[in-house]
Design a protein around this ligand. Structure first.
Ligand code: PLP
Length: 443
């Protein structure tokens, strides 16, 4: 493997001495059979990364098909250089305005429609959705929030409360507080609306919001992922968000878009909700890929909403968004633009989806393939009629994939789903390696 990957140490500071992705991949095809002989000790201890590859302490190379944090790939030279330079300049964000942070805020605001002029920085997606909820409550002076069933928004108090996939679990430590009201999960991969169009179910969510308002509890807001990532990588049907956002605003509430998983390019757009669905929220929570691996999150909103929060005396203070995170985040946005990574997400994603659909035609264990861009979902079932989840098989498939050098994890309520989210730099050749490996394992 060292021979295939080169000396991983050489990747740092001297990218020209490292074999190209194509060199590695050409060899990987040759060595697949050889690798099958070697059962890795699980889980691997990863020491470094490069592009869409991870390299463990023994120099084995893995294809990283689940990473949605290092969106521009591991150890991107531009990102590494920006972060290292800032470490030499300054890394604190206590009481002043810092150039790195204000520049980053400007860059973020420039990716959104006009009017989104205020950015709060935090350290993670959970903090971002938590703050978004608090902003909505403070700005409206209301305690109630509407969330979708089967959702995940984070682990801090407020983000956990609206994470219905956890709070509805009878074994969950947290319970759903009475200020959280749920509406049916639109189009989740197992939901009753699977495949339905907005006309059929948006009215249910709208009616639930109307009912709350009529009962004297008009909600502060509605929070949802704009693309239903945690329910298996499923796009919300056209029109759904527009209708629900209109309903929440009719009653004086605010629309919160959780773009933590898919914001900034995974689906081939900066923001799926705005650009594909034409649904403009009032508050947007972003994290993960925006920091290219650095822990950072942001909440973006309009000044009048932020001012209502501040003038209400609500407290916000965070060490989030350090100058190093900020320059790394700015470098990530540069790389996405310069290297055309949104186009790459669309092109490589649709090629991979086609390959997976062909595999589904061949292997009955694949119950469904869904999603778009570089956020695809694949569900394994024992029976396509009953949709009985193939949970044990999914675990075994992931183990076998790992033996073939592909990192993949089971996920979903039944642990029978693969969420396929490689870094946005992933090549067509790499996703072919993944599809070939999956074909081989299923065969
Ligand atoms: N929102 C969504 C949609 C997520 O998928 C996640 C994490 O997976 C979060 C929020 C929480 O982000 P973090 O893990 O950075 O706290």
């Amino acid at each position: 493997w060292r021979e295939v990957a080169g000396d991983p140490g050489a990747a740092i500071g001297a990218p020209s001495t490292v074999p190209t992705a194509d060199d590695v991949l050409a060899r990987r095809h040759d060595v697949l059979a050889e690798v099958q002989e070697h059962y890795y000790t699980l889980p691997p201890r990863i020491e470094r990364g490069w592009r869409e590859y991870l390299i463990d302490v023994d120099g084995r190379v893995y294809l990283d098909m689940v990473n949605n944090v290092a969106s521009v790939g591991h150890a991107h030279p531009h990102v590494v250089a920006a972060g290292s330079r800032q470490m030499h300049l300054l890394n604190t964000n206590s009481r002043f305005h810092y150039r790195a942070i204000t520049d980053y805020a400007d860059r973020i605001a420039a990716t959104l429609p006009e009017g989104f002029d205020t950015v709060f920085f935090v350290n993670s997606g959970s903090e971002a959705t938590d703050l978004a909820i608090r902003l909505a409550m403070a700005a409206t002076g209301r305690p109630d929030m509407v969330a979708m069933r089967e959702a995940y928004h984070g682990w801090t108090y407020a983000s956990d409360a609206v994470s219905t996939s956890i709070a509805d679990n009878p074994n969950a430590l947290s319970t759903r507080p009475d200020w959280v009201h749920t509406v049916d999960a639109a189009n989740s991969y197992r939901g009753k609306h699977r495949g339905a169009d907005a006309a059929r179910y948006a009215p249910e969510a709208v009616a639930a919001i109307d009912e709350l308002a009529a009962s004297g509890r008009p909600p502060a807001g509605f929070i949802a992922e704009t693309y239903f990532g945690n329910a298996g990588g499923v796009a919300l049907p056209d029109g759904y968000l527009r209708e629900v956002y209109a309903a929440i605003r009719r009653h004086g509430g605010l629309a919160i878009a959780d773009e933590v998983q898919v914001g900034y390019g995974r689906l081939g757009e900066w923001f799926w909700g705005f650009e594909q669905q034409g649904a403009v929220p009032d508050i947007v929570a972003v994290a993960k890929s925006i920091g290219g691996g650095q822990p950072v999150g942001a909440v973006i909103t309009r000044r009048e909403i932020a001012d209502r929060y501040r003038s209400g005396g609500y407290f916000f203070s965070s060490t989030g968004g350090s100058p190093v995170s900020a320059v790394i985040g700015t470098a990530v946005l540069d790389v996405i633009q310069r290297e055309g990574l949104q186009e790459n997400a669309r092109a490589v994603g649709s090629h991979l989806k086609e390959r997976l659909e062909r595999l589904a035609a061949k292997h009955p264990l694949i119950g469904a393939v869904h999603g778009s861009g570089l956020y695809l979902g694949l569900e394994f079932v024992r029976d396509r009629e009953t949709l009985e989840p193939a949970t044990a098989e999914t675990a075994a498939i992931c183990d076998r994939l790992l033996e073939l050098g592909v990192i993949m994890q089971p996920t979903g309520d039944h642990q029978n789903v693969l969420k396929i989210k490689p870094p946005l730099v992933v090549t067509r050749a790499s996703v072919d390696v993944f599809a070939d490996a999956l074909d081989r394992v299923l065969t």
